[in-house]
Design a protein around this ligand. Structure first.
Ligand code: ZN
Length: 371
């Protein structure tokens, strides 16, 4: 099986971001050819992979009735990376949010890029992700840019790294989010994003396709229908996701297999997209060992191989290279590379994402409009 390298430049989340700007008249490329609209609404459903949605049309009749296609999320297929891609319009190699947990070069510890936590001094969000955001560009062009999502996100480091330029509307309940969207769309020109996170968190704990997950999908479907009903004339709504998910059938536990810890100074990323930061001089041996232990389960690549294969985009900015593991381990079977001691909570997840498989990479791009 070959990795599904994201379709950067033609059909990826970065292209959606650029095309949404073009659709509201800010200019620039419109690789997805989105039609012009005075107002665009992006409904971002965390973890709603295209294959997952396609498996349950009866649970999501509204979404299943919408027209659209699919995009690739980007690598790794994880929230921080995809939100950064949407926020900057750049592939991961351009914005530097290259995984869930990344080595802070020279510091000797990992930054959790989602929670913005680290066992040492925290990096400044604007220095870690310095690229201007599409929201700043849209706002400068006279478009009212809003983001409607959980109130607790407003002050996070991730928010400061990727949502610069938005008017943040904190709303925890679906009703409040819909009201926030309605208000935000009551502008002559508007670019509004609204986020829903519980489908992903439920999938992690219960697995996708489980009764709890299906209940969440039904809620998402109703929310999408209600959002569509709030659209004023001259508006377009797009529904997408940051990544999909697989259900774990097999776990390789790095904390019970000493061979896998040998020469590995830090284990970053997450279970479906591991960054291995090796001890000096150990990367070749780590590559060999991991290839042997994970044969038939995961793609194991050196940093250079992953970069040259375009996993992170056509280019990776030189200064971001040390953020990438010396070795990457990316499962293609339903295997999770867990660390039961270092990450006891995540090690129990039933649903995981990050890899270059269709179930994780493909996300829907659905459209409805009042143009
Ligand atoms: Zn997740």
């Amino acid at each position: 099986m070959n990795p599904l390298v994201p379709a950067y430049g033609t059909a990826s989340l970065a292209d959606l971001s650029a095309s949404l700007l073009a659709a509201v008249g800010v200019g620039g490329d419109n690789p997805l050819d989105l039609a012009p609209a005075e107002r665009v609404l992006l409904f971002l459903v965390d973890g709603m992979g295209a294959e997952l949605l396609r498996a349950h049309p009866g649970v999501a009749p509204f979404l299943s009735s919408m027209s659209g296609g699919v995009l690739t999320a980007g690598f790794p297929a994880t929230t921080v990376t995809s939100l950064s891609t949407l926020g900057t319009g750049l592939p991961p190699g351009g914005h530097g949010m290259l995984g869930y947990q990344l080595a802070v070069p020279g510091a000797g510890y990992l930054l959790n890029c989602l929670r913005w936590t680290a066992p040492g001094p925290l990096v400044e969000p604007g220095a870690w992700q310095p690229a201007p955001t599409v929201y700043e560009r849209a706002a400068a062009a006279g478009v009212r840019v809003s983001y409607v999502g959980p109130a607790r996100f407003e002050t996070t480091g991730l928010n400061r790294a990727v949502y610069r330029g938005v008017r943040f509307v904190g709303a925890d309940e679906v009703d409040d989010r819909i009201a926030g969207v309605r208000h935000a769309l009551a502008e002559p020109r508007a670019h509004v994003s609204v986020y829903y996170g519980d489908l992903d968190s439920t999938g992690h704990v219960a697995g996708w396709g489980s009764p709890a997950w299906l209940d969440q999908l039904a809620r998402v479907d109703r929310m999408a229908e209600r959002l569509a009903e709030t659209l004023p004339p001259g508006s377009a709504m797009y529904v997408t996701a940051d990544h999909g998910m697989i259900n774990v059938a097999d776990r390789v536990d790095v904390d019970t297999l000493p061979a896998l810890r040998e020469g590995v100074a830090m284990l970053g990323g997450e279970s479906r997209a591991r960054h291995l930061y090796t001890d000096p001089g150990a990367s070749a041996a780590v590559l060999d060992t991991w290839r042997e232990v994970l044969a038939g389960k995961a793609w194991v690549a050196s940093r250079q191989e992953a970069v040259e294969s375009g996993w992170f985009g056509p280019d990776v900015r030189r200064e971001w290279l040390p953020r990438i593991g010396d070795v990457l381990a990316v499962p293609y079977t339903d295997c999770a590379i867990v660390a039961s001691v270092a990450e006891p909570h995540e090690a129990k997840f039933l649903g995981c994402h990050g890899s270059l498989t269709p179930a994780e990479q493909y996300v829907p791009l659905l459209e409805t409009s009042t143009r």
